[in-house]
Design a protein around this ligand. Structure first.
Ligand code: SAH
Length: 467
């Protein structure tokens, strides 16, 4: 089994420094199940290729009883694909032979570790069970790799036997060597259904350690985690929880560290906004509440804390936002009773939808400005005429306040997806017309600190049914 890593970035000797392996030598390392050889098939000033060749001893594997290949077929213990495919053995080899590079250490030239190099990686044989090529792509492409995949036929002499589950893969990307090795370390065994080791909590820690900085942002993180941990349910569940926690801390750290004035103020502003909406919903005595355009579920998270809300729904047009909400609310880990209390569904505020009916209150927080103005008519009918909850809370930015954001250029809006932003008067005129049309009373509240001339950064209209 052969893994080759090539770069053309000068000076090409950088790669050998990073790997701590001399380009003129062939080095051999003893591994528990065979040998790992490292050598450079090509090294000149324009190009350098390092090869990691694994020489797995199938007999040793059986003696050590570590073979997880099909034990019911005795010959299969000796004759199997293990010596030839990139599998969990490859990760073990990367971790022991390239440990400094994998851990981002380079004693003589530490700044090299941060250097992004254009890499081309060839993996001679990669087994991809169910999902095949698309599985390989879904693992590597989100990390920026371009991939060239070739599938092997079972036997070129007998094409009628069909395709095998083996692929040759060439990956290209510009990134640090540390990142490249950590991707390979995690993703090669992710594809491997016959891991040679016993999967336990150590594997979970290794996954999180080597996945640090990229796994939590990977759209396939759930699949990677499950496959890497051999679908052991409690382990993958723990790993996913820990990934979600890491993301939360990271986000709050980000919020604190955000340099720009607008983001700093926005973070706390959104918390204030969610707090005020929750307070008004509690005061309304509503029991069944729906958050329309719930996004990643920040309001839902607060609502869940209050027993008054016996039924809580989150609706959004975006499936990916709903997935985020599901994850951030730890939906899969909620007790059956809590699960009964919370429902998330995909839908649009612009279409009549039976599922939006029957709630005491609806919150629509920082959503209307994302709708095209000409669609607001449909929106108001869906909410006030068709769904008709007793309480409706709508929040939207106050455009007058935009002059206060020093970093916001004059005349621009706060978010690239905003279709409009209203002054206090524009919002109030619109809301008062709606109240009059659909038999609601409406009152207004500022959100955030009020400035004398321009008001507060955000504004709320609180509608109550009945004149
Ligand atoms: N209410 C959330 C998210 C606000 S961002 C919060 O305050 O944190 C605006 C949200 O509105 C996005 O999640 C977007 O997907 C959603 N959205 C936009 N158009 C929508 C529509 N037509 N129907 C439902 N949701 C919509």
């Amino acid at each position: 089994m052969l893994l080759q890593i090539t770069t053309t970035e000068a000076p090409t000797s950088d790669l050998s420094f990073l790997l701590h392996k001399h380009p003129d030598k062939v080095q051999t390392f003893d591994m528990s199940l065979g040998k790992a050889h490292v050598y450079y098939p090509e090294y000149n000033e324009n190009k350098i290729t390092v090869a990691l060749l694994l020489d797995i001893d199938a007999v040793d594997m059986v003696r050590g009883s570590k073979n997880s290949a099909n034990e019911s077929f005795s010959l299969a213990q000796y004759v199997n694909d293990r010596p030839y495919v990139a599998s969990s053995f490859m990760s073990v080899a990367i971790a022991s032979v390239f440990s400094s590079a994998l851990n981002g250490k380079c004693k003589n030239n530490p700044e090299l570790v941060m250097k992004q190099l254009p890499f081309e990686v060839t993996i001679s044989t990669l087994p991809a069970p169910k999902g095949g090529e698309s599985l390989i792509r879904s693992l590597f492409e989100p990390l920026g790799y371009t991939i060239d995949i070739q599938r092997h036929t079972l036997n070129p002499l007998f094409p009628e036997w069909g395709e095998s589950k083996y692929y040759s893969v060439k990956l290209s990307n510009k990134l640090t060597l540390k990142d490249l090795l950590s991707h390979l370390y995690v993703l090669i065994p992710t594809l491997d259904n016959d891991k040679h080791y016993y999967v336990n909590k150590d594997e979970l820690n290794k996954l999180l350690e080597k996945g640090e900085g990229w796994l939590k942002h990977h759209p396939g993180k759930e699949q990677i985690t499950k496959r890497y941990l051999s679908n052991i349910h409690w382990l993958s569940k723990q790993a996913l929880l820990r990934l979600a926690e890491a993301e939360d801390t990271e986000n709050s750290d980000d919020e604190i560290e955000e340099k720009t004035e607008i983001s700093q103020r926005k973070a706390t502003l959104h918390e204030k906004r969610i707090a005020l909406v929750t307070e008004k919903l509690l005061e309304s005595k509503a029991k069944k509440v729906i958050d329309l355009g719930c996004g990643e579920g920040k309001l839902l998270r607060q609502l869940l804390k209050h027993q008054q809300f016996t039924s809580i729904a989150g609706m959004d047009v975006s499936y990916s936002e709903l997935l985020k909400a599901k994850e951030r609310l730890y939906y899969d880990n909620l007790s059956p009773k809590q699960k009964e209390r919370l429902i998330l569904f995909q839908g649009s505020l612009l279409y009549l939808d039976e599922r939006c009916k029957g709630f005491d209150a609806a919150a629509i927080v920082e959503v209307i400005e994302h709708l095209d103005v000409y669609r607001l008519k449909a929106f108001e009918r869906v909410v006030f005429e068709f769904s008709q909850p007793r309480t409706v809370i709508i929040t939207t930015p106050n455009s007058e306040y935009n002059v206060m954001w020093e970093t916001l250029q004059h005349g621009t809006m706060r978010h690239s997806d905003h279709r409009f932003e209203w002054t206090r008067k524009e919002f109030q005129d619109w809301a008062e017309r709606i109240a009059a049309t659909y038999h609601y009373r409406v009152e207004f509240h500022p959100i955030g600190d009020v400035e004398e001339t321009v008001g507060a950064p955000s504004q709320m209209a609180l509608f109550t049914y009945g004149n």
